[in-house]
Write a protein that binds this ligand. Structure first.
Ligand code: NAP
Ligand code: ZN
Length: 359
């Protein structure tokens, strides 16, 4: 089959990629498709660093295709818009999250649940329909179909707002879907990292009582004083965990590594719900006795659809919710990854792509 001149046109791109399982990132030249009629091209200004980036860099889930340019909490400015693009114009503040494509016709896509489409195209470590690989936001620009581009509200900071595009929507969507938003109810947030700290803020905006369940004693005072959680439970303190038995209506579990579920199920009330959004590389053991004798429910949830992601951004803008971030330069990313692996980040690294990525 012959390719037309138009198909051969490419835009030059530059980012940082890992080429093997060490996960070490280094400068990488590549190309992206020319902006099509349905596309928006973004100049990337900021990109959040999600633990999923780290799982993929190290091939912890077993499906990494190197080279990999991570990054799916992308904020930037539209620099090109295709002729069929209706919602965006050049110069707009825009965001891109975890997905850049889906089939647009299946039941999930029709219900604004593109994130569950069997043909989902992830922002990185995935393949476009033409067979080319997707590369993420640790790079200077990206080309995305307008359906998967978000309007970034004016009063959200571009840097601290970037993590909402994955961390924010993941905790917002799971809380909404599982009915964990009723004011006055008690939510446990397991794991106080990128997702966990945004969960605390969103839960407080819903009017929930929030307890952080953490393995890091040094996060206690920040959880209470800065993030305004109502209480803090050290998961390694059996006496404290025992005193909390049967006290919570819901738990959102954001822990990135394998961990026992029994202590979490025990602190739930009868009819309580535990929703896991963390993606450890090993299966979790599910104790059924507390489920059966307490009529408890365990579920999971994956980011959110485009409509709900926009709703979440507007909700966060209205409630002045953004992430607590450590802004880093692109060339600090490998050290940041080492710290992220040790849960040593307050509470999300964001790369200052616009000011620090250069050839
Ligand atoms: P993160 O910033 O590293 O936070 C994870 C937290 O888990 C850590 O801060 C730590 O909190 C706790 N933790 C880590 N290792 C632990 C261990 N061995 N035992 C007990 N607790 C431990 O990661 P993140 O970016 O928030 O992502 C969290 C998880 O969600 C990752 O697996 C990521 O891949 C996944 N994720 C899923 C979705 C989705 O759509 N479902 C979206 C984004 C991310 P403490 O110090 O408080 O204990
Ligand atoms: Zn993520």
């Amino acid at each position: 089959m012959s390719t037309t001149v138009e198909e051969q046109k490419q835009q030059k791109a530059f980012g940082w990629a890992a080429t093997d399982q060490s996960g070490t990132l280094s400068p990488f030249n590549f190309s992206r498709r020319e902006n099509g009629d349905e596309d928006v091209t973004l100049k990337i200004l900021y990109c959040g660093v999600c633990h999923s980036d780290l799982h993929v860099l190290k091939n912890e889930w077993g499906f990494t295709s190197y080279p990999v340019v991570p990054g799916h909490e992308i904020v930037g400015v539209a620099t090109k818009v295709g002729k069929n693009v209706t919602n965006f114009k050049v110069g707009d503040r825009v965001g891109v999250g975890v997905l850049v494509g889906s089939c647009k016709t299946c039941e999930c896509c029709q219900q604004d649940l593109e994130n569950y489409c069997p043909q989902i195209i992830f922002t990185f470590n995935s393949y476009n329909p033409d067979g080319t690989k997707t590369y993420g936001g640790y790079s200077d620009m990206i080309v995305v179909d307008q359906r998967y581009v978000l309007r970034f509200p004016d009063n959200l900071p571009l840097d601290a707002g970037a993590p909402l595009l994955c961390a924010g929507i993941t905790v917002y969507s799971s809380m909404k879907y599982y009915g964990m938003t009723e004011a006055g109810k008690h939510l446990g947030v397991a794991g106080l990292g990128g997702l966990g700290h945004v969960a605390v803020k969103i839960a407080k905006a819903f009017g929930l009582k929030v307890t952080v369940i953490s393995s890091s004693p040094d996060k206690e005072s920040e959880a209470i004083n800065r993030l305004e959680a109502d209480s803090f439970l050290l998961s390694s303190d059996p006496a404290k965990m025992k005193s909390a038995i049967g006290s919570m209506d819901y738990i959102i579990d954001t822990v990135s590594a394998a961990h026992p579920l029994l202590p979490l199920l025990s602190v739930l009330k009868v009819n309580g719900k535990l929703v896991t959004v963390g993606l450890p590389n090993k299966p979790l053991e599910l104790p059924v006795f507390p489920l059966v004798f307490g009529r408890k429910l365990v579920g999971g949830s994956d980011v959110g659809g485009m409509k709900e992601t926009q709703e979440m951004l507007d909700f966060c803008a209205k409630h002045n919710i953004a992430a607590d971030i450590e802004l880093i330069r692109m060339d600090e990313i490998n050290t940041a990854m080492e710290r992220l692996a040790k849960s040593d980040v307050r509470y999300r690294f964001v790369i200052d792509v616009g000011n620090s990525l250069s050839q």
